[in-house]
Design a protein around this ligand. Structure first.
Ligand code: HAS
Ligand code: HEM
Length: 572
């Protein structure tokens, strides 16, 4: 189709300058805290990559002074990258976007309180982590036991994220009441759906930490049931991956077409995708537990099929966002079956970061489907294949997207300029190349039987020194070096930007809304059936909760009826 007249949604203006400044400030605090966590977390990554290359850097005096063991480093790496970076970024991003999208007025004192609470939770959990008293890895499976402070801090952090859920859902609901019959604008719709999904998802870990782990770590109860805890953990633990990637989807759908000079393919389809995620992200966690006893194969198989189903909205996203990119490229004169891709703005790091993130996600998603298949799972479970999988999902699809977004979001929030597009591009491309090489090395090493979470460089065992392992191990080591260079490039750009002087009004870098080829419309009465069916998010939220209770109730019931309490262990 020929490009239409611009019908880009105009955000309602916020006239109150002080309010807007405070809203931007709190968002900036969330985003900067997120990237500080990522900076520390990522600096440990290359040490681990070297470990998988057979090179032990943990004996170097300055590393020894900082990290008591490989596992303290791995715990910090997992917690800071996967839990802290993501949660802070997402809380800022998905608070700011719907507020601006609706032009709403939220209680800023509450918003600041939530940020301070989340940071307090982080700091509390950080103390035992840094003191090597919570070296539990980011999954903190019992019976490994840490100081109570770690679990309390983690509970406060998750609790604070639920306050953001409350604030965003309440704001949207007030808007609905003030605008009866109106279709929720797309960015708000996507944000509210993700926050609702996160609420349902978080219940597992909330119960695990509040009911089982905190009383146990305080010595109030004699033991803990590891399998019950693990099952509650994965209730949250799989859905959390969609909490990590869907905020990137928001950008891929709503903003990426604009960076490319194109349009969203279809708003109604986008809404359907987010509803499918709301309904089906959570009742799939047993695919992490295929090898665990005392959970019936029937439930494992049901969760396996539900996992295959949850790949469907991602496949829809692939085709839909792919179509939006093709639309953009053809509008710029692109031709041919694949030749059009050359017309995309690859030199713009904001764009290329996100499209490279998407390309990595094609491979990460395919690997996920392998993991989910009960026949393949025994081959890959607990091997280096799994870190291979999640560094091209959360480590690239999410992280590289957030890096790309930061390149326009920070200027928008602060009025500061991106210091160098060239350096930013170099950071983005090297991250992509580094993670591709890492994924190749780790998947391959895993297929050859090397386990994950193994300090292989420190053992003298010959099984890690076979000739067939030489190349994949070397690839992993090389990727560690490329990724270190990439991270240094990215953070130098980010910190230079943050420390520079304010040069313009942040609104000069607008939120990059895209127009749509097939918009959802504004009035429900005239909207398509798909738009009308997807609008009642409150009802869909309740259905999502009921579905999870149905899919987890019998499994948890059996575990609770057969409790096996064991005392805690401190391994490191
Ligand atoms: Fe996963 C383990 C299955 C998605 C993260 N996963 C993990 C762990 C993490 C993680 C952190 O079933 C490790 C947990 C641990 O420590 O033990 N995963 C899946 C499946 C999907 C999936 C089926 N994972 C993710 C996402 C993550 C993530 C998203 C983070 C963000 N995963 C598993 C399983 C395990 C697992 C098992 C347990 C393994 C074990 O044994 O321990 C699916 O949701 C994936 C669907 C995705 C797709 C791809 C769609 C592609 C798109 C991009 C299109 C690109 C375009 C660009 C258009 C079907 C949307 C075109 C380019 C142009 C130039 C035009
Ligand atoms: C684990 C390297 C960035 C999240 C690992 C492992 C390696 C590694 C080799 C496996 C360790 C093991 O199983 O013993 C790197 C490198 C990075 C990087 C070289 C870039 C410089 C990231 C990012 C994220 C991330 C950006 C997420 C945002 C994780 C998580 C684990 C992990 C969650 C699992 C920790 C555990 O098993 O408890 N990383 N990583 N990493 N990484 Fe990364």
């Amino acid at each position: 189709q020929a490009p239409q007249q611009a019908t880009v949604r105009q955000m309602p203006a916020i006239q109150d300058v002080a309010y807007l400044a405070s809203l931007k400030k709190v968002t900036q605090y969330y985003i900067v805290t997120a990237f500080l966590a990522l900076f520390i977390g990522v600096m440990i990554g290359p040490l681990q990559a070297m470990n998988y290359a057979g090179i032990n850097l943990y004996e170097l005096p300055f590393i020894k002074a900082l990290l008591k063991s490989y596992y303290q480093g791995l715990s910090l790496h997992g917690v800071l990258n996967a839990l802290v970076f993501t949660q802070f970024f997402i809380s800022g991003w998905m608070l700011y976007l719907p507020v601006r999208d609706l032009g709403a007025r939220i209680n800023m004192k509450f918003a600041w309180f939530t940020y301070v609470l989340m940071t307090a939770g982080l700091l509390l959990a950080a103390v035992p982590l840094l003191l090597n008293r919570a070296t539990l890895l980011y999954t903190f499976y019992p019976p490994m036991q840490g100081d109570a402070l770690f679990y309390i801090g983690a509970a406060i952090m998750v609790g604070a994220s639920l306050l953001v859920v409350g604030q965003v859902v309440r704001m949207w609901w007030s808007w609905k009441r003030a605008h009866p019959g109106r279709v929720t604008p797309l960015v708000t719709f996507m944000s509210v759906a993700v926050w609702m999904m996160w609420f349902v998802a978080s219940l597992g870990i909330v119960i695990e930490v509040l009911v089982l782990l905190i009383p146990w770590s305080l010595g109030l109860v004699a033991g803990v049931d590891p399998l019950l805890s693990k099952t509650l953990f994965w209730w949250t633990g799989h859905a959390i991956v969609y909490f990590w990637v869907l905020p990137a989807y928001i950008s891929w759908y709503a903003f990426l077409p604009r960076h490319a000079g194109g349009r969203i393919a279809s708003e109604p389809l986008t809404r359907l995708v987010f509803v499918l995620f709301l309904l089906n992200s959570v009742p799939v966690g047993l695919h992490h537990q295929f090898s665990d006893p005392n959970i019936s194969n029937v439930w494992k198989t049901i969760h396996m099929f539900l996992t295959f189903l949850i790949a469907v909205p991602s496949l829809m996203t692939a085709f839909s966002v792919g179509a939006a990119l093709e639309d953009a490229a053809r509008a710029r004169g692109g031709r041919g079956l694949l030749g059009w891709t050359l017309k995309l703005p690859w030199g713009n790091a904001i764009f290329s970061a996100q499209v490279l993130a998407m390309i990595s996600f094609i491979l990460g998603g395919a690997g996920g489907i392998v993991n989910a298949s009960s026949s393949f799972a025994p081959v890959v479970h607990n091997t280096a294949w799994i870190p291979g999988h999640f560094h091209i999902t959360v480590g690239t699809a999410t992280t590289l997207s957030f890096m790309g977004i930061s390149l326009w979001l920070i200027p928008h929030l602060t009025g500061k300029r991106l210091p160098s597009m060239k350096l930013a591009s170099a950071a983005v491309w090297t991250w992509f190349v580094g993670m591709m090489v890492f994924a190749l090395g780790m998947h391959w090493t895993g297929l050859l039987g090397v386990t994950r979470r193994a300090n292989i460089a420190a053992t003298a065992q010959d099984i890690y020194k076979t000739a067939e392992l030489a190349l994949p191990k070397a690839l992993t080591g090389i990727s560690g070096v490329i990724l270190l260079i990439s991270a240094l490039l990215y953070f130098s750009v980010l910190f230079r930007m943050l420390l520079s002087k304010r040069e313009e009004n942040g609104e000069d870098t607008p939120i990059p809304y895209s127009e749509a080829i097939s918009p959802a419309g504004e009035q429900l009465a005239t909207a398509s059936p798909l738009v009308r069916v997807t609008e009642p998010l409150m009802v869909l939220w309740v259905i999502a909760l009921v579905l999870v209770l149905l899919m987890y109730g019998p499994v948890l019931g059996k575990l609770v009826g057969n409790l096996q309490l064991v005392p805690g262990w401190r391994l490191y």
